[in-house]
Design a protein around this ligand. Sequence first.
Ligand code: SF4
Length: 146
Amino acid sequence: MGKKVAVSACLAGKNCRYNGEPKGNPEVMEKLEKEGCEIVFFCPEDACFGTPREAMDLTVTPEGVKALTKYSKADRTEPIVEYAEKFFEDHPDIDLFVGKARSPSCGVRTGKLYDEEGNLISEKEAGIMAAEAKARGIEAVDDENY
Ligand code: SF4
């Protein structure tokens, strides 16, 4: 049996991105399949906020890094943390996390971080769900680096 791998659902071409447009990564899906991996999909944003939805950004606030919607500045952090906690509790034997690069939820080392004025501070951050995976000691990688 291959590894048990948690994978961002949009990488399989599912229409769960904020704008509902598919943007899969067939090469990664093929590779995982070839390696005989058991795949468990997740999509915190679709589960918590539905699709389509307002895009969000990782933002430094006085309360720490938060996922704020791009225009209305609603704080989306907590539902994503709760989704992630439940996901990893339901699947305690995940060997690897493959997240969609640059996503504020799923990006592993590619998330963009802004200050409250909208200035880009970093492009190497972990998204909210990826951070939860890393905190649990799960090996995690962006799809484009798999
Ligand atoms: S990057 Fe993550 S939150 Fe965004 S659509 Fe893909 S699985 Fe869902």
